[in-house]
Design a protein around this ligand. Structure first.
Ligand code: SAM
Ligand code: TMP
Ligand code: ZN
Length: 408
């Protein structure tokens, strides 16, 4: 029998289906000399037998992850800048056309989405607990509250600013285990015809692609239309639209409204049917996923070990949060991967969490191309491949591990 825990949505029994072992905080890059201070926890995932929500078995305290030195910068990708720019335009021409409209974003990070809203002169508020990135958003002219969104924050915003037409969160809601407080806050803050829109990695894509590196400390929930619908209904909300989006390895954008306020679109029933056909909520499906993950680990270590024996140079590309799961679960040490190239200044000069692979600036990759690049930022593959023709021209090859280990 697998290990169990209590569901953070409905208090049902959560059955574990994969154990990725002892893992560090995925975004806690280590200053050389501080290796002994790292925090570790057991990274494992299970499914709730009642509401079908897939979630972590152990929760990491939020202040350990989201703080003044949180290093993730949303604007590091041109594709993501375009993605959020288009969404802002869509909000501005649909939900934000009434008299003095108001949008609240949870986890606005460096302001990648709200910038266009602020520039259009529409009332906005970003709620962002990580101080360094919140300051970057504020510097773009965005109104930012340095805080965790939860019920009390929502009540306070409602008192000061009135109801919101849109509450939005990208790659943030799945980071928040205290969902009860969030959804109570959302129902208080939302205007009668307002919408709560959020987009996060989709369990359907994770299972189809075996993208197990989407599992890390910050990703607490792995949503489906079915589990989101159940979660909404428990809280006086209704799932009224879903949209599959191609970013970050496959996500779904969910739209919730107050129960009865809007007619659900046909896309909701279609996605629910697709999930049922794929047996996404069945334990056996997730056990098969776990088996596929172990094969990726074995294949990747075999390949890296063979390349080391041949004297080839392998460098990691993108010190993503996801790469912490891959390197620590597979046991990828600095003798297998020489360094990881990353464009984020606050990650450079540090060591990767857990395995302590040096993170170096991009120039070191470009100036002395390795034989192989291990693509940790595979979710930005198109953008990166376009930019790295010179690496390929120099004879360089890419190692990918999603959906399986392959060299191209
Ligand atoms: N929305 C951006 C994007 O999609 O690129 C940023 C995503 S980042 C992975 C997650 C963000 O959520 C972080 O900036 C973190 O500080 C923020 N966050 C975590 N818990 C939060 C909470 N309770 N309320 C608001 N933001 C939160
Ligand atoms: P993400 O997958 O969570 O968006 O993180 C992507 C990481 O990869 C981030 O640390 C920035 C880095 N990166 C590069 O180094 N070069 C690139 O071209 C891109 C798109 C990202
Ligand atoms: Zn549940």
């Amino acid at each position: 029998m697998s290990a169990t825990s209590r569901c953070r949505i409905c208090d049902g029994t959560v059955h574990e289906f994969i154990d990725l072992g002892r893992q560090p905080l995925s975004d806690a890059f280590v200053v050389p000399g501080d290796e002994k201070k790292e925090f570790f926890f057991r990274l494992a995932t299970g499914i709730c037998e009642s509401c079908t929500m897939v979630q972590l078995m152990e929760e990491v305290p939020r202040d350990l992850m989201f703080h003044e030195a949180y290093p993730y910068l949303s604007s590091g990708s041109a594709v993501m800048r375009a993605h959020f720019g288009e969404l802002a335009k869509r909000f501005l021409t649909t939900e934000l056309t009434g008299e003095d409209p108001f949008i609240v974003e949870l986890g606005c990070n460096d302001g990648i989405m709200l910038k266009a809203v602020a520039d259009a002169g529409v009332r906005q508020l970003g709620v962002e607990p990580s101080g360094s990135v919140a300051d970057l958003a504020a510097a773009k002219g965005i109104r930012v509250r340095k805080d965790f969104f939860e019920e009390a924050t929502a009540a306070d915003i409602r008192k000061n600013d009135g109801p919101a037409d849109v509450i939005y969160a990208a790659n943030t809601l799945c980071h928040i285990p205290y969902m009860d407080s969030i959804l109570k806050g959302v129902t208080q803050l939302l205007g009668p015809n307002g919408v709560f829109v959020f987009e996060d990695p989709y369990l359907g894509d994770i299972v189809e692609r075996t993208s197990f590196d989407q599992i890390y400390d910050e990703h607490f929930f792995f949503f489906t239309a079915r589990s989101v619908q159940a979660m909404a209904e428990r809280n006086g909300l209704e799932l009224v639209d879903v949209e599959r989006i191609p970013v970050h390895g496959g996500e779904v954008r969910y739209t919730l409204a107050l129960a009865g306020a809007r007619q659900p679109s046909a896309a909701v029933a279609e996605l629910l049917a697709w999930e049922a056909e794929r047996k996404l909520a069945e334990y056996a499906t997730l056990e098969r996923f776990a088996t596929n993950v172990k094969k990726i680990r074995d294949d990747l270590i075999a390949l890296l070990t063979k390349l080391r024996a041949e004297g080839k140079r392998v460098v990691g590309y993108g010190a993503t949060a996801k790469s912490a799961t891959v390197t620590n679960f597979c046991g990828i040490t600095p003798d297998l991967v020489e360094f990881i190239s990353d464009t984020t200044p606050s990650k450079q000069g540090k060591l990767s969490p857990g395995q302590h692979i040096p993170v170096r600036e991009y120039r070191e990759f470009a100036d002395d191309h390795p034989d192989y690049a291990l693509l940790f930022a595979w979710n930005h593959a198109d953008e990166i491949m376009n930019a790295e023709q010179a690496f390929r021209d120099s004879g360089g090859q890419w190692i990918r591990y999603v959906p399986n280990v392959h060299v191209s």
